[in-house]
Design a protein around this ligand. Structure first.
Ligand code: ZN
Length: 231
């Protein structure tokens, strides 16, 4: 099904909710371009633009790039493009969400809902292949031979941030960040929730959801047209 009424989407979800898979799916199905803040910052630095040089200096000093700069970059990219965008990791704060609202129409916010407990479990004890970067984790995928990558036989190393207490802290921080945004978009009526406790058919469930949003938008539009014709 073609999607015409959705141009800008936001993806919200904790780590380990399958966001990158969803982004890939949205790109393959309908050409949505995934937009993450870190990608944008890296791109501006590589371009050597005025704003890029400013960002580079801030990062070199070990400081955080503030909302104002991130908003300026996002605004620049959106206004110079006709693409459909899927925002991932942006907005991060209500302030950014309000700033984005002034620049563009956010057509749909997809919230991948997962309990903190499951997210903590899925991000704990992760091993990563030194060669190809494939990750292994007891709840999701285990290597056939302990400590060895299935694909290339390279050794696996434990990710430092997947030590259970660090994983727990990381999820708690992320959860605190996401919930105000979930409520913000719920109040605006643009929030659509997919439960990802069970990860089966996630791509298919996402596609069906987008198609039903498109269908509802089309119905609304044709109703509006009819009402106008009667006036
Ligand atoms: Zn590997």
């Amino acid at each position: 099904m073609k999607i015409n009424t959705i141009k800008n989407m936001i993806l919200l979800g904790l780590p380990a909710t399958g966001k990158s898979g969803i982004a890939r799916c949205a790109n393959e199905e309908w050409g949505f371009v995934q937009l993450s803040t870190s990608d944008l910052l890296k791109k501006e630095i590589a371009l050597g633009s005025d704003i890029g040089r400013k960002v580079e200096q801030i990062i070199e000093k070990g400081e955080l790039v503030d909302d104002e700069i991130v908003n300026a970059i996002v605004k620049m990219v959106i206004n110079n493009s006709d693409e459909k965008f899927l925002f991932d990791g942006y907005p991060r704060t209500i302030m950014q969400a309000e700033a984005l609202d002034k620049e563009i129409q956010v057509d749909a916010v997809i919230y991948l809902e997962l309990s903190d407990e499951t997210a903590i479990r899925r991000t704990s004890n992760r091993d990563v292949c030194e060669k190809c970067g494939k990750t292994y984790q007891p709840d999701t995928r285990m290597p056939k031979i302990m400590g060895i990558c299935d694909d290339d036989g390279a050794p696996l190393t434990r990710r430092k941030d997947s030590e259970p207490s660090i994983a727990k802290r990381r999820i708690e921080v992320a959860s605190k960040e996401i919930m105000p945004l979930v409520n913000f978009y719920k109040n605006k009526g643009t929030l659509h929730t997919i439960n990802v406790e069970d990860r089966d058919n996630l791509g298919q469930r996402f596609i069906s959801m987008i198609e039903s949003i498109e269908q509802a938008n089309l119905t609304k539009l044709s109703k509006l047209k009819k009402e106008r014709a009667h006036e």
